[in-house]
Every structure is written in structure tokens, then in C-alpha cells.
Design a binder for this molecule. Structure first.
Ligand code: ARG
Length: 530
């Protein structure tokens, strides 16, 4: 601590709590900007138009006010400003908060960004000296990262919740279909029979990794930059841990220069969103494909389809197609950010301002995609008859027949693969399938393998084949039932972590708000448990 700057030793700033006469900019012949001291002219309209960020910043008004409250409380607690000053600052900030809540606080473009708007309001409301004191030991450079991170962490939690809804919907639709057989594909060709529950739960399993990526992004995001100031920290005896706590951060991002000059937390989040959209687009694609006349395995509800203006018969899977299509926009936003950051020198660069439009855009798109896909999943119907019919027609149980010969005849798998391959070729030549048991029996006999028709019927039956799958993670009904249970548990565990994070943020907001109330009611910080 700098000698003489200790909390008790300090008489912070003279005239505390009193309104001062501050000369106006006009009186001083200066720029009207808050940094006007160095400038002789205001920003040109063209320059303002090009550089102001109020549209993207309007997402962060509540955060800017809360962030300012936390910062002001910390300043007073550390004796950097007087408690009388704190009261005036908090009074003004509370009024900003109320105005915002009542829908009356909108950002003025000429004030460039959310920080200058809130400060300007405070200047008008509480007076310039208090607005001026609030900006002690902080800079817009740490302020903007603080606001954006506070906004982003909640959006990430919202997304996790939306994704959990989709996972829950898929699980719900899977239950009861553990033995409903359908073709499983490799190379988009019939491969082996699987169950509908196995198919649907594969996406739930995939999305648990997206949950993990989002939860990791939250962890990286939720470290406080506040107090890093412009880039070098400050000579004031601040308590960054305290402001971090009041703002619901899990800790401090300690290194001032690093946090001011980094946006990898934005990229990290966008990367998680891009990966999520990739995984969502795959579900969307299967819905498009499986709803075609060629597949006829699912029917997307009319409410999530649209028609053609010329072809009266058409029913198009537009929601699924748009989810697939929007993936490109989210990838684009990730590329935009990676490119924005490439080779930028350390410290703050104004380029950073361009991080918020892509971030907000991607968050909005992913959230809307999740909501739409969830609704579509909830209402889709499965054409189980048709699935059952086609799964028996294209040799999907050939592997199972080879496996049978391995276990019953003691032959090497490669030999059985060869025998069954020959059998399939023979059946194709005769225009028959594994359902034609007499033909199968004859062709097998030609390959030196005698099997009864009953044996063949049971081995080649897709339903029975499904029932025999027993390895860990397989499509067998027992395995799928176990996985559905595990996936539901994982979903619950992810939900508990996210809910705990939400609660900690809400508790910090309540705590900060209670301190504001107490100070406004005339109590001292010492009475507030600080
Ligand atoms: N609008 C700016 C941003 O989003 C806020 C920080 C401005 N800092 C500065 N030194 N001009 O990055």
C-alpha cells in the first residue's frame, strides 16, 4: 500500500458530498467530450457515425450500472472516495437503473458508448463532480470487458438451458422406442439395425460435449477484469477482489495488460457456439433427409413445415433447413473474431469494439435455433412401420449372420464375412433379400454352411438382431435404457452446475443492491458487513 493512501489515513478528496461549481465546456472553450481537456474540437459527425457503438452496447446497460455500483462501493470501502460521495453516486446510479427498468433510458449516439451514456446521465443527475469521482481507478478499457463478460456469462447460461431443453425433448421422444427398429447408416447406406431411441440419444450424447464446452466458456469468461484500468493497473489502493465479488465474478483475471488486450474469451465462446451449431446442423440434416419420400421415416409436424407457392403438394422442412443454414453465419462470426484479433499488438485496440456485434449475433442465432429445433423434435412423428419394413430389405443383418457363423461354427470372422458376402451377391442376383429364407438356406448350403430356415429367420430378423446387441454403448435395448438413464443424470448434473452459477450471480446482485439500499438509507459501509 502506498504510504498515506491507507483507508484510515486518507482524506480522500476535499469538498466531498458538496456540489461544486464546475466551469462549463463553453466557458472553457473546449470540446464537450468527457475527455475534452486535450481536445479543441468535437468528433466530426462522420467520425462519430463510424465509431459509435451504442447499438451493440445497448445490450449492456444494466451491466454497466451494476458494474459502476460495485466499483463505487469498492472505491469507498478502500477510502479512495468518501462515503458521502458514494451516496451521491449511488443515488444517481439507482435513478439510471430505475429509468432503464421503466424503458426510459436509451443510449444517445453522440455519447458514443454505454459507458459515456451512463456517466453523462450521472453528471446531469448527481452532478459532474460525483460522475467524475466514479471514474477513479477505472478506464473504459476494463469497463467494457467487465460489462461484456457480465452480459455474456448470463447468455451462456441461457444457452445451456435452451440446449438442455433440446436434450430433454430428445430423451423424452427416445423413451419407449428402445426396441423400435430402424436402419442405421454408414456412408448413408443401410448398415445395421438400430433403435429409434439409440438414434435420438446419440444426439443427446453429442450435446453433452457442447454443454461441457459452454460450461468451460463460462469459466473462462467469469473472471473479473475490473480494476485493470487502462492497461497498467492503478496507483490507488483498490480491492479488485471486492469488486469482483460484488459483480458475481468467480475471481479476478489478475494480469491487467493481458485482460485489457485479450478477447480470446469471446473467441472461446464463439468456438463453442460454432461447434454446437455444427452438431445441431447434423440433427437438422437427418430430419430433412428422413422426412423425404425416399426415406419416409419421420413426419415433421405441419406447424414446423411450410408449403410451396406453386406446387400444391409440397411440404418443406424449412425449420430444419434454416437451422442447417444458420450454421454458416455462426462459423462466419467465429472467423470474423479470429481475424479481428490476428496479430493485434498488446493493450487495448479500438478494433476490439467490433467483438460485440458478432458475439451478440451468434448468441441470438444459436438460441433461436435451439428453441425452434426443440419445438420440432417435440412434435415429430416416427413412421415405425416403414422403418421396420425397410430395415429388413437391404441386408442390414448380414453382419449378424456372419457373427452367428463365427460363434456357432467356430470359423474366423474373415471367412464368415466372405461367405455372407457371397450369399448377399447371390441374393442380389436373384432379386431377393435376407427375408427370403429358403433362398438364403440354399445359397448358404452352396457355401458349405447348413442352416435351418428357423435358424436363418431368427438370426436375420432385425428385431431379434437388435435384441442381441450387448456391448457397452451398443444399440441393444438394455444398453440403450442404461444410456438414457445416464444421459438424463448427466443432464441433471449439468443443470445443477448451471443453476448454482446463476444463483451465485443473483446473490451477488442482491448483495450489491442491498448495499446500495443501505447507503441510500444513510447507513455507512461498515454497517453493511464490508
Ligand atoms: N466502445 C469501446 C469498446 O467497445 C469501449 C472502450 C473504449 N476505450 C477507448 N479507449 N476508446 O471497446
Amino acid at each position: 500500500m502506498i504510504p498515506g493512501w491507507g483507508r484510515n489515513a486518507l482524506t480522500p478528496i476535499r469538498h466531498c458530498g458538496k456540489k461544486l461549481h464546475m466551469p462549463t465546456d463553453k466557458e472553457q472553450g473546449k470540446s464537450s467530450k468527457l475527455w475534452g481537456g486535450r481536445f479543441s474540437a468535437d468528433l466530426a459527425d462522420i467520425a462519430l457515425d463510424y465509431s459509435e457503438s451504442t447499438q451493440a452496447d445497448s445490450e449492456m446497460i444494466a451491466e454497466d450500472v451494476w458494474g459502476s455500483q460495485g466499483h463505487a462501493i469498492m472505491l469507498a470501502r478502500c477510502g479512495i472516495i468518501a462515503e458521502e460521495d458514494l451516496r451521491e453516486i449511488l443515488r444517481g446510479l439507482r435513478r439510471t437503473e430505475d429509468e432503464f427498468a421503466a424503458g426510459r433510458f436509451s443510449l444517445k449516439r453522440e455519447l458514443e458508448d454505454v459507458h459515456m451514456n451512463v456517466e453523462a446521465y450521472l453528471r446531469e443527475d448527481a452532478g459532474p463532480e460525483f460522475a467524475g469521482k466514479l471514474h477513479t481507478a477505472r478506464s473504459r478499457n476494463d469497463q467494457v470487458v467487465t460489462d461484456a463478460k457480465m452480459h455474456l456469462r448470463t447468455r451462456v447460461l441461457d444457452l445451456q438451458e435452451a440446449l438442455a431443453q433440446l436434450q430433454a425433448a430428445l430423451l423424452e421422444r427416445a423413451r419407449g422406442h428402445e426396441s423400435t427398429v430402424m436402419p442405421g447408416y454408414t456412408h448413408t447406406q443401410h448398415a445395421q439395425p438400430i433403435s429409434v431411441a439409440f438414434w435420438l440419444s446419440s444426439y443427446v450424447s453429442m450435446y453433452t460435449r457442447d454443454q461441457r464446452r459452454l460450461a468451460n466458456a463460462f469459466e473462462i469468461v467469469n473472471q473479473s477484469p475490473l480494476g485493470a484500468a487502462a492497461l497498467a493497473g492503478t496507483s490507488f489502493p483498490t480491492d479488485r477482489e471486492l469488486s469482483a465479488e460484488l459483480l458475481g465474478f468467480d475471481g479476478c483475471h489478475v494480469h491487467a495488460l493481458d485482460i485489457i488486450g485479450s478477447r480470446d474469451w469471446v473467441i472461446e465462446t464463439l468456438a463453442a457456439l460454432a461447434m454446437l451449431m455444427c452438431n445441431l446442423s447434423r440433427l437438422a440434416e437427418e430430419f430433412v433427409l428422413f422426412s423425404t419420400y425416399e426415406y419416409r421415416m419421420i413426419e415433421i409436424d405441419d406447424a414446423y413445415s411450410s408449403g410451396s407457392s406453386i406446387m400444391p403438394q409440397k411440404k418443406n422442412p424449412c425449420i430444419a433447413e434454416l437451422s442447417r443454414g444458420n450454421t454458416g453465419a455462426v462459423y462466419g462470426r467465429l472467423m470474423e473474431m479470429l481475424t479481428l484479433m490476428k496479430a493485434l499488438p498488446g493493450g487495448y485496440n479500438r478494433d476490439f469494439q467490433q467483438d460485440k456485434p458478432p458475439l451478440w449475433h451468434a448468441l441470438n442465432l444459436v438460441e433461436r435455433t435451439l428453441v425452434a429445433l426443440t419445438a420440432m423434435v417435440r412434435t415429430v412423428t416416427f413412421k415405425t412401420e416403414h422403418m421396420r419394413e425397410v430395415v429388413g430389405k437391404n441386408f442390414a443383418t448380414a453382419t449378424e449372420l456372419a457373427n452367428y457363423l463365427v460363434s456357432e461354427r467356430g470359423l474366423p470372422f474373415r471367412t464368415c464375412h466372405e461367405i455372407v458376402g457371397g450369399l448377399v451377391a447371390g441374393l442380389i442376383a436373384q432379386g431377393k433379400t435376407l427375408d427370403d429364407h429358403d433362398a438364403v438356406r440354399e445359397l448358404l448350403a452352396q457355401h458349405g454352411q447348413e442352416m435351418s430356415v428357423e435358424e436363418i429367420a431368427s438370426v436375420c430378423d432385425p428385431q431379434a438382431c437388435l435384441g442381441r446387441q450387448q456391448s457397452l454403448g451398443s444399440t441393444g435395448p438394455e444398453s440403450v435404457t442404461r444410456m438414457l438413464g445416464q444421459l438424463a443424470e448427466q443432464l441433471e448434473a449439468d443443470g445443477a452446475v448451471a443453476a448454482g452459477r446463476r444463483e451465485r450471480i443473483a446473490a451477488a446482485h442482491e448483495k450489491a443492491s442491498a448495499i446500495v439500499d443501505a447507503v441510500l438509507a444513510g447507513r455507512g459501509l461498515a454497517d453493511c458487513g464490508l
